[in-house]
Design a protein around this ligand. Structure first.
Ligand SMILES: [Fe+2]
Ligand SMILES: [Fe+2]
Length: 183
């Protein structure tokens, strides 16, 4: 039984957006007359707020990290405070992006988008390859059953199928829009 499979699947979609956002940033800096990132920034910021921060973290921060904080689960070291610090750092980049959109400051927007992308790529690598395996090893089957039940309740409360459908469609749309201009 895996307690983190669900969250790793969410990471894959987050990484797709992060990759797209980097490509949008690179394209916009090369073609300032077509500041694509400024035009589509609201889509990326909406995804980060709704999917990454609200939907993913409702399970990661509010459920998984709570279970990992139970004494005896993480025995060697506890990377959770570092992960929480990185979540906060990421939120800072998004706030800067929002401000840059208001000021129509393309370079600042692209810079913060690139920093967000870099941070998230490294952050997700650490979660997938270090923290989550530690959790899988340390959580008892009983704890995993309880945790999965809480995930299911959260997914139901937040209407997981609707969120996935919305953001997978938006991801495809953003990819096509960029490909159409770049080719
Ligand atoms: Fe995280
Ligand atoms: Fe995560």
């Amino acid at each position: 039984m895996l307690a983190t499979e669900n969250l790793m699947k969410e990471h894959q979609l987050i990484l797709k957006y992060v990759d797209l956002m980097e490509r949008y940033a690179a394209f916009s800096l090369k073609h300032p007359d077509a500041p694509l990132l400024l035009e589509k920034a609201a889509c990326f910021i909406d995804f980060i707020h709704e999917f990454a921060d609200h939907f993913h973290h409702a399970k990661e921060e509010d459920i998984l990290f709570r279970y990992l904080g139970v004494p005896g689960v993480l025995t060697h070291c506890n990377p959770v405070p570092q992960m929480l610090m990185e979540h906060d750092k990421a939120r800072g980049y998004v706030r800067n992006m929002e401000q840059a959109v208001q000021e129509k400051a393309l370079t600042t927007l692209a810079d913060n988008a690139a920093q967000y992308a870099r941070l998230l790529t490294e952050h997700i690598y650490k979660e997938d390859n270090i923290l989550y395996p530690m959790g899988e090893a340390g959580l008892s089957d009983q704890a995993k059953t309880a945790l999965l039940k809480e995930y299911a309740q959260t997914d139901e409360r937040l209407d997981s199928p609707a969120i996935w459908a919305k953001y997978e469609a938006l991801c495809a749309e953003l990819g096509l829009a960029l490909d159409a201009l770049a080719n």
